[in-house]
Design a protein around this ligand. Structure first.
Ligand SMILES: [Zn+2]
Ligand SMILES: [Zn+2]
Length: 248
């Protein structure tokens, strides 16, 4: 595993104006959608529905983060249309996992916020005509998915590098911990794809059996397209220890 040797290595990890524009622009669209949903919420029942949709989006985001991560890790490459840069970032993360611990916030998350901008615009445009709970669910889901790249980064840092509040959230299982995500970076390199809370990992992995959700999905993709996932054909391509392991 290559480690940073030159100060110039670290320049690429700073946030640029473009990174911040994608991140804070898309966040603004999502916040605007939730604001419109709030103005259409009057009764206690509607407030309860909003709160329930926030909780549901938290669980849904962990599930979707796992499916997206699994897809990006296992299929395509940097030349794949539309998602090539996201695929290159996720697959490259396995050979140089240390880089995620060096990136500034917007630098790290902008690649996930970028493809979320179009759906965020649709959510904002449709918000005046959509039930408040549905707008809130969609906006919270998108926001949590985009921020999963930050919970992922925290899961790679040493505990001594993390704020106390983040450590407490990891310890409580509210966000994915170094220990849980560390298993994704160890043999057999075929599970623990969920990076929001990690609560779906044992369910989707089927506790390591070949009847887990991802193993079944991989067989369906192979039967339909003939394409095998990278975790079957190039498990060594997933090698690389997470940074946080060093003092846990
Ligand atoms: Zn991965
Ligand atoms: Zn990772």
């Amino acid at each position: 595993m290559r480690m940073p040797t030159e100060p110039s290595d670290l320049v690429h990890f700073e946030s640029t104006l473009e990174h911040r524009a994608w991140v804070y622009g898309t966040m603004g669209l999502l916040m605007g959608s939730v604001g419109i949903a709030g103005t259409h919420t009057d009764s206690p029942g509607e407030v309860l529905a909003l709160l329930a949709s926030c909780v549901a989006s938290y669980y849904a985001a962990d599930f979707v983060s796992g499916v997206v991560h699994w897809g990006l890790d296992n299929y395509g490459d940097g030349d794949t249309p539309f998602f090539g840069s996201q695929i290159a970032a996720f697959q490259g993360h396995h050979s140089e996992p240390w880089t995620i611990t060096q990136r500034a916030f917007a630098n790290n998350v902008h690649k996930v916020f970028k493809p979320a901008t179009a759906p965020a615009l649709v959510l904002l445009a449709a918000a005046p005509f959509t039930p408040s709970w549905l707008t809130t669910f969609g906006a919270s889901l998108l926001l949590l998915l985009c921020l999963s790249q930050q919970t992922h980064a925290w899961a790679h840092k040493k505990p001594s590098q993390l704020p106390a509040a983040v450590l407490a959230l990891q310890d409580a299982g509210v966000i994915v911990s170094c220990k849980v995500h560390g298993a994704h970076h160890r043999p057999p390199f075929e599970g623990n794809y969920c990076i929001v809370s990690g609560v779906w990992n044992p369910i989707l992995d089927g506790n390591g059996s070949d009847q887990g959700f991802f193993r079944r999905l991989e067989r369906i993709v192979q039967a339909a397209t003939g394409v095998k996932p990278r975790c079957w054909t190039d498990p060594e391509g997933f090698a690389g220890a997470p940074e946080g392991d060093q003092d846990t």
